[in-house]
Design a protein around this ligand. Structure first.
Ligand SMILES: *Cc1c(COP(=O)(O)O)cnc(C)c1O
Length: 390
């Protein structure tokens, strides 16, 4: 029986501690909020009713709106190992393997799930993960969950990585893992050097091509394909959620890898497969993207233009060489202020602040699209110039 007096106290407010934490986030201007957003043509977006130029999208090629909705089930039916392995998923995997010249591919529910499932399956206690300091959150979480030793090398620093590989040469299994294009900096991993090191130190190499998939390489097959080193990437991870404009992700590699993951990747085994309609859309997207050379070219032209114009204004775009272009500001408050001022001038571009990036490296991150019109980019550049003078 519940004691009335006690009940009052207990039913008090068990989640009150959250309010204090949220208030702290609010006071430090770090409170994240969900806003309603709808995509408009020509790289524009409506956020909370405001029509803005969209410089914060991962839809780099402008694929959203280009594909027909497939007339297929929206229900998934269960884990793929039980009764959720619709032929559309098998067909999608066939196309992805073919695109990457791999023997096999395995589709996961999302990129986050693919990284969690793959990293926890590939390494365990007694093994070592060598991870670039700026790798995506899902790689960091997968590494922590794997129980392997998690060794982080300085961003893009292959000499530092080599020192660490030497130091841990006695480990059972070694896995080097990197983003291809880094999501907050728009710079590119030194994949050729990583291949040399993985061969020299007998390590596995995993590359997360989330931001390069669809954007780089022949048929949009990614950075490793562009460099012609796909065969040395043991574990190729790609998402269907960025340039592919859909949902889901995949691993490509050998038959052995895929068979192993089917048996050991818990985020595949204990999670529902993609609905057939989502898989069929992704197959359409693979096809559309393979033929999207013009979009890839337009994206590069827009990104190069925007980046060099920012530099001409005296702004610091870091080491970006891709469609992700940061404008380094340093202070959190400045990043926040500039982002608000840009929104008032019709531009959607988000401030990126700690803990997403290191202290004192706050920035505005611009994501370019193939469908941006030059005149709109010029308006955005003028807005940046004005906002910086304020
Ligand atoms: C977005 C992203 C992911 C996660 O992919 P989702 O399909 O959105 O879950 C993983 N890795 C990198 C580098 C990403 O940018």
């Amino acid at each position: 029986m519940i004691d009335k007096h006690n009940e009052d106290r207990v039913t008090g407010q068990p989640l009150d501690w959250m309010k204090a934490e949220l208030q702290m986030l609010d006071e430090t201007h770090r409170l994240r909020q969900l806003r309603s957003s709808e995509r408009l043509p020509d790289g524009r977006i409506r956020i909370d009713g405001l029509d803005l130029l969209n410089l914060c999208s991962n839809d780099y090629l402008g694929i959203i709106g280009e594909l027909k909705a497939p007339a297929l089930d929206c229900g998934a039916g269960g884990s793929r190992l039980i009764c959720g392995n619709h032929p559309e998923l098998i067909e999608l995997e066939r196309r992805l393997a073919e695109l990457h010249g791999a023997s096999s591919s395995l589709v996961f529910g999302s990129g986050f799930l693919a990284n969690l499932g793959c990293l926890t399956a590939l390494v365990d206690r007694g093994d070592v993960i060598f991870s670039d300091k700026l790798n995506h959150a899902s790689i960091i979480d997968g590494a922590l969950l794997s129980r392997a030793e998690h060794v982080r090398y300085r961003h893009l620093d292959v000499d530092h990585l080599e020192t660490l590989l030497k130091k841990h040469s006695g480990a059972r299994r070694k896995l080097i893992v990197t983003d291809s294009i880094f999501s907050m900096d728009g710079d590119v991993a030194p994949l050729e050097r990583l291949v040399e090191l993985k061969l020299r130190y007998d390590a596995m190499l995993m590359v997360d091509e989330a931001h390069s998939g669809g954007v780089m390489g022949p048929r949009g097959a990614g950075l490793s394909a562009a460099l012609g080193i796909g065969e040395h990437v043991d574990v190729h991870m790609g998402t269907l959620s960025k340039a592919y404009g859909g949902y889901g992700a995949y691993i490509c590699g050998s038959d052995t890898l895929v068979q192993y993951l089917i048996n050991r990747a818990r985020s595949l085994i204990f999670s529902t497969g993609l609905p057939p309609s989502v898989a069929a859309s992704a197959s359409q997207a693979v096809d559309w993207i393979a033929h999207a050379d013009q979009r890839r070219q337009a994206l590069q032209v827009n990104a190069n233009y925007f980046r060099s114009e920012l530099q001409r204004l005296g702004l610091d775009t870091g080491e970006s060489s891709t469609q992700i272009v940061p404008m380094m500001l340093g202070s959190e408050n400045l990043a926040l202020r500039v982002s608000e001022s840009l929104r008032d001038r019709g531009i959607a571009a988000l401030p990126i602040r700690p803990p997403t990036v290191p202290m004192n490296s706050s920035r505005i991150r611009f994501s370019l699209m193939a469908t941006h019109r030059t005149k709109d980019l010029d308006v955005a550049l003028q807005a940046v110039s004005d906002a910086m003078q304020e």
